[in-house]
Design a protein around this ligand. Structure first.
Ligand code: HAM
Length: 437
């Protein structure tokens, strides 16, 4: 037998490696654990409170939509639609897309549920995952989360200012500082088209200085050249004529009112005459919130007005404005470390099997009273159970050892001041109830 041709059975270690690869998450997809999940929930909670104060109501729209919902809204020539959407044919041969953003689905839902006819103005917020098959890097994932809001059915500049004020207050409620709100006015589609032609004529002679992407954009999506991060492109774009020279007096007045309203509401902002956005639906007001501590992917939130979109989706002409905040981006903004406070939970440290049985009954009674109680069932040493209580930041620890069980009592320790009491097992829930509720 020619031994050289015999295929070798895979080694156990090779099988193991292959198997474990199968259970790794996809590139650009993240698990959000423990502390980060807690901050995630805190941000969502802060946003919900602010949204409520502004009169926004929640809308929950599907993660999967027909391709046209996004291609029509964002524009065929945008990076997102051209190369970043997770799209496939479902079993009924419908071309579907995992939503890359929230606005298009909300606009579809507003019209499909006749909110335009029933109420006209709708103020909606949403939170959830979005999917873009971009090259992953710090602050850029393929699955990320947005918290966003849309006001549909109004052309009023006050609605733009209200939206930006709302975003500002969410950031503040979450304790973020040091961010910058940049504002620009992109005018109507017609005004922008006139500007785009002039911009094209300005950029064409500089084509050789532009990066490959921008040379492509020059033919298909000229405005995006202004958004390029490559140094040579920035140098050329920095000298381009600003869009402000191409706007009608009504577009200019709209923007002036937004800026004045922001000043009146006490929102700090800067105007950025060359700010453009990566999605095509924007008209008039656009804005971006950046944070200097985030490196290349420094936009934590962005948005603007999109007056043509309702009509493009078959509704009657009406204005709309919105924003979306990138949750993972915001969680990357460094915050000063604060020692977490004790919370009002109770940890039961049970030593031995009999104590676990008694402890479990106590656990159930405390929880029935609507209080938070924790316990592990591993019979570990008192020291390691006290460490768990500390990690959980539990203010109260009930210690159940053999001596305590025999005397029908337990030790109730206040972890904040170290003081101990010795209530009976029958009374301890009531004692806790008086302290916690
Ligand atoms: P956007 O600028 O594409 O706008 O995204 C908004 C925010 O989502 C960004 O500022 C960023 O914080 C976050 N984000 C975007 N892509 C990623 C990614 N790959 N990884 C992590 N975070 C990301 C919109 O989506 C519009 N729908 C906003 C809007 C609402 N305009 C009007 N209404």
């Amino acid at each position: 037998m020619d031994r050289g041709t015999v295929s070798r059975a895979p080694l156990y270690s090779e099988i193991q490696k292959k198997e474990s690869m199968r259970f790794q998450r996809l590139r650009g997809f993240q698990d959000i654990l423990a502390e980060e999940a807690r901050r995630f929930a805190e941000l969502a909670g802060a946003a919900r409170r602010v949204f409520r104060n502004f009169g926004f109501e929640e809308v929950i729209v599907p993660l999967l939509e027909r391709r046209e919902v996004f291609s029509r809204a964002l524009g065929e020539e945008t990076d997102v639609v051209r190369k970043e959407m997770y799209e496939f044919e479902d079993r009924s041969k419908t071309r579907v897309v995992l939503r890359p953003e929230g606005t298009a689905g909300v606009v579809r839902a507003y019209l499909e549920n006749d909110l335009d006819k029933k109420q006209g103005l709708a103020k909606l917020f949403y939170a959830g995952p979005m999917f873009r098959s971009e090259r992953p890097q710090a602050g850029r994932q393929r699955q990320f989360h947005q918290i966003g809001a849309e006001t549909l059915g109004t052309e009023s500049p006050w609605a733009d200012a209200e939206m930006i004020h709302c975003l500002d207050l969410i950031l503040k409620a979450f304790g973020v500082s040091g961010y910058e709100i940049q504002m620009n006015n992109l005018g109507t589609f017609e005004e922008r088209e006139r500007f785009t032609a002039v911009l094209h004529d300005y950029l064409k002679p500089h084509e050789k200085s532009l990066c490959e992407d921008c040379r492509f954009r020059l033919g298909r999506n000229v405005l995006r050249v202004l958004d390029c991060k490559v140094e040579s492109c920035r140098a050329v774009a920095g000298q381009s004529p600003p869009i402000s020279g191409f706007l009608s007096s009504s577009s200019r007045e709209h923007f002036e009112t937004v800026l004045k309203a922001l000043e009146a509401a006490g929102v700090a902002f800067k105007t950025a005459p060359r700010l453009v956005r990566g999605l095509d639906y924007y008209t008039k007001t656009v804005f971006e919130v950046t944070h200097p501590r985030l490196g290349a992917q420094d936009a934590v939130a962005a948005g603007g007005r999109y007056d043509g979109l309702l009509e493009a989706f078959g509704g009657k002409a009406a204005g709309a404005v919105g924003f979306a905040l990138g949750v993972e981006r915001l969680l990357r903004v460094p915050v000063p470390a604060v020692e977490p406070e004790f919370d009002d939970s109770c940890f039961i440290a049970a030593l031995g099997d009999t104590a676990i049985k008694t402890g479990f009954v106590l656990l159930a009674r405390i929880r029935k009273e609507g209080m938070t109680a924790l316990m592990d069932f591993e019979s570990r040493s008192l020291k390691s159970q006290m460490r768990s209580a500390g990690r959980n930041r539990s203010r109260w620890v009930v210690i159940l050892g053999e001596d305590e069980l025999q005397s029908g009592r337990c030790i109730l320790k206040n972890m904040k001041d170290g003081l101990q009491e010795n209530p009976s097992l029958g009374d301890v829930v009531e004692v806790l109830r008086r302290k916690l509720l």
